[in-house]
Design a binder for this molecule. Sequence first.
Ligand code: PLP
Length: 410
Amino acid sequence: MVLINSQFLKVVNDEIQSKIDKKVNLFQAINRNVSLIKLDSGDVVLPLAPCVMKAATQAIVEMGDETTFQGRGPMEGYPFLIDAIIKYNFKSYKVKIDSDEVFINHGTKEDIAGFGDILCRDNRIAVIDPVSQDYIESNVIGNRAGELNENCQWSHLIYLECKKEKDFMPEFPKLRPDVIYLSSPCNPTGCVMTREVLEKWVKYAIENDVLILFDVTYKSFITDPAIPQTIYEIKGAKKVAIEFRSFSKNAGFTGLHCGYTIIPKEISGYSLRAGRSAGLNMLWRKRQTIKNYTPSYIIQKGAEALFNNEGLDWICENVNYYMSNAEILRRSLTTAGLKFWGGVNSPYIWVESPYASSWKLFDKLLNECHILSSPGERFGAGGKGFVRLSSFANQSKVMMAGTRIADMKI
Ligand SMILES: *Cc1c(COP(=O)(O)O)cnc(C)c1O
């Protein structure tokens, strides 16, 4: 029999999801005609921009003609998309990113999860807690996380506690890590890192020689101009930070799959065995040629269209729609007397359970309001005592949800 990567067996036991499924199934068995309002989603509901559809359709027509046919694209992505990204994204932040520092991908998930490929297993890795479990489990299957202990934490990972008293901003680690995963706006807490907070992290990373893996999938939801939408706005960040960016949540690309990673050329790593350093940009380029192709010409043409006026307006409208959902939910949570974070500059709202556990609030939302939420445990031990509400839903449903939440007896 073939031998399997045993690490996978450590992540397939999804107790939390099956607990949720059981509760939902029981609810539906009793309430056959009730349709649940799903506010548990990390997936968007608004469709693609017409200019994206037009560009992608045009691209497929080109593919059907011998004179304009496109075969396999360049491994970093098409220059037209990379140029548009640099021109419209980074020029406006007055940040200098070179075209060979941009790698187009099928969404940030694959690059965040795959980044460990170019790093040594012995690196000490820090994650914030609570956090998207993808960051953690990709390290588990890559055998970089150690063993799961009784506190539901992995022995080789450093967990940076995010306390409500500090608006869920992570504490600095007591033990120096080699790599830190950070994100802003954060999923699940909905909290954003101010310029001041980011400056402290970049300073820490420079002083301690730490690599920051920065996830800004939700950057477009930042409406406050004082809050950075890219870590490279912070002086020195190009020496220490890799940034993951996506069209998924701001432009409805969760079904098309397109994102990009910025790997500055000045960041190097060291090989103990070879006794020399090498640039991470070069290593990632090699890794991509071995493992990946970029998204199709059709999809990259669609993504490029997001950078014309029509596309940029569409992104604004998308963000406004979801942020008004968040506002509806925030108002009703306030009326109900519930305490929460996020929902400003972020599509997620992190609600504190007034009861002994998050499950009690989850149950009340399910059984009394017919709302499906995400229990905090889904995002690690640090999520205990909270539930996440998502504003990625149809607005008429969110209004209904808001009315019911406002009427809740806590
Ligand atoms: C949705 C999500 C991603 C994945 O985005 P894709 O570009 O669709 O792969 C990455 N990070 C966080 C925090 C997310 O919530």
